[in-house]
Design a protein around this ligand. Structure first.
Ligand code: AMP
Length: 146
């Protein structure tokens, strides 16, 4: 990333900072909670995108949502995992940014979210933008500019 002057980065395209879809772990909307828990545990990610068969973003699924959905009165009911579909427990009210958005919008949202899903105009999943990647770019910029 090359910044011409110190405010230019606010207007750089979101895709410059996006981890592309093919490198992002995800689950399909029809998968069960057991599969999602397996993917989350194996990857070590706290939440991952949920996509439909056409690769459109439908929501996010995280470990907390899964355990919460199988919480019984006295115990965690693991036996329910296989019957629970991801789409019944996923988070659907998530902030997203479009591939055409500028970095400034993403920066505002990343204050409260560790990562953002990036979508194309038609809702197709394009990747994610993480707070970590943005901080790494900031660090590079600061160390090379001052
Ligand atoms: P990080 O900033 O790398 O610690 O990532 C923060 C969060 O972003 C992770 O806990 C995941 O929820 C999500 N994330 C980061 N990288 C990926 C990836 N390659 N695939 C899926 N989710 C990811």
């Amino acid at each position: 990333m090359v910044f011409v002057n110190n405010r230019d980065f606010l207007f750089t395209p979101v895709m410059d900072y996006t981890i592309p879809a093919e490198k992002v772990a995800h689950v399909q909307i029809g998968n069960n909670a057991e599969h999602a828990l397996l993917v989350l545990t194996k990857t070590g990610y706290s939440a991952i995108p949920v996509l439909d068969a056409k690769y459109h973003l439908k929501g996010l699924i995280g470990i907390g949502m899964i355990t919460d959905s199988i919480l019984g009165l006295e115990r965690i009911e693991y036996e329910q995992l296989a019957d629970l579909k991801v789409n019944t427990i996923m988070q659907t009210d998530l902030p997203t940014i479009k591939t055409t958005d500028r970095f400034q919008k993403a920066l505002d949202l990343l204050i409260n979210h560790t990562f953002l899903c990036v979508i194309e105009e038609d809702g197709k999943f394009a990747g994610i933008m993480t707070r970590r990647e943005v901080l790494k770019e900031f660090k590079k910029y600061i160390y090379t500019s001052f």
